[in-house]
Design a protein. Structure first.
Length: 187
């Protein structure tokens, strides 16, 4: 069992995630809460307007809560995940909800004996590519992998893979930057 003193998460986001994880454990809804938080993160990733609502200090907590309740109801996010989002909003910490969700995911993966990995690609990965990546990472690490994906068109191509504190940057953008540096040395 993972506890709030787990060293894989830290800071304010880690404390919030640890407290939520303990509550979810007591309520036997760890996976359900994780699913709700992942769904909210997916909404954040896909909507600039929602990201603006979450990050802007201009909106009052009451206005943010009202908007988030409507959005979460439409997305089917309820239970502890919704209560957590509302609490974070009420405490004026909504700007760091993405870090809290990531920390919760780390705690959940650790509890399941998995490793959490984040993959950044220039465009959306197909299910086959995601499954192949999971299999390759499992073979390399020796543990099951909980994979989250991000899209960043600025990397041009390739992948950036983060597993724990390790990062493998095989993006075209980085390769071009390295080539540019190498070329300056020959001029």
């Amino acid at each position: 069992m993972v506890t709030a003193t787990d060293q894989s998460v830290s800071g304010v986001s880690g404390r919030y995630a640890s407290a939520l994880f303990e509550l979810a454990s007591e309520a036997e809804s760890v996976d359900e809460t994780g699913t709700g938080l992942k769904a909210f993160q997916a909404l954040l990733d896909s909507s600039e307007d929602l990201t603006r609502l979450v990050r802007s200090p201009v909106f009052s907590a009451e206005d943010q809560i009202a908007a988030l309740e409507a959005i979460c109801a439409k997305a089917g996010i309820d239970g502890l995940a919704l209560s957590f989002i509302k609490l974070v909003t009420k405490n004026r910490r909504l700007f760091s909800i993405a870090d809290m969700i990531k920390a919760y995911g780390t705690l959940l993966a650790t509890a399941k004996g998995e490793v959490q990995a984040e993959v950044t690609s220039a465009e959306n990965l197909s299910d086959k590519h995601v499954n192949d990546l999971k299999a390759a990472l499992k073979a390399s690490i020796g543990r099951d992998v909980q994979l989250s994906t991000r899209v960043d068109p600025s990397i041009l191509g390739g992948l950036i893979v983060k597993v724990g504190s390790r990062m493998m940057d095989n993006s075209l953008k980085t390769k071009l930057q390295n080539l540019k540096i190498a070329m300056k040395g020959t001029a």
